[in-house]
Design a binder for this molecule. Structure first.
Ligand SMILES: Cc1cc2nc3c(=O)[nH]c(=O)nc-3n(C[C@H](O)[C@H](O)[C@H](O)COP(=O)(O)OP(=O)(O)OC[C@H]3O[C@@H](n4cnc5c(N)ncnc54)[C@H](O)[C@@H]3O)c2cc1C
Length: 105
């Protein structure tokens, strides 16, 4: 699966469209390798896709779920928002954890 079907990032983090395009690119490249005979079997194709998908998106999805979990707790969310108001430089650092790097063709 790719895009949202493989894993949805919380709207708070954004970048779902980029993840859909990047995971489709991952799958396409591996499928081409499978068709060229560089990957021996469908099982190996799926294994490689899973490995690459987790490497690319696993961490940011975890961060996204963690942040959204914090913001679902009223008291923690209030404290966090106050902290972010006082320390605004933290916001881009947090957002960066939920975003990937620009795509390479
Ligand atoms: C309200 C909202 C706002 C968003 N804002 C942003 C944003 O600002 N920036 C951002 O990066 N991301 C945003 N996203 C997330 C982004 O839209 C998704 O992460 C992205 O579109 C996922 O792409 P996808 O191709 O995986 O799935 P989708 O775009 O959902 O495409 C799946 C397609 O498959 C079709 N389909 C489903 N079942 C079948 C079937 N059985 N047979 C045939 N076709 C089928 C659907 O009709 C759909 O066209 C937003 C999402 C929502 C809901």
């Amino acid at each position: 699966m790719s895009g949202d079907a493989a894993g949805m990032i919380h709207p708070l983090c954004g970048n779902g469209m980029s993840m859909a395009i990047q995971s489709a690119q991952l799958a396409s490249k591996l499928i081409l390798n499978y068709q060229n005979g560089e990957i021996d079997s469908r099982k190996e194709l799926e294994k490689q896709y899973l490995r690459q998908w987790n490497k690319k998106f696993g961490f940011r999805l975890k961060v996204g779920h963690f942040i959204s979990m914090l913001f679902r707790k009223d008291r923690i969310a209030t404290v966090l928002l106050q902290a972010l108001k006082k320390l605004p430089f933290l916001l881009p650092i947090i957002i960066k954890q939920t975003h990937g790097k620009p795509m390479k063709l």
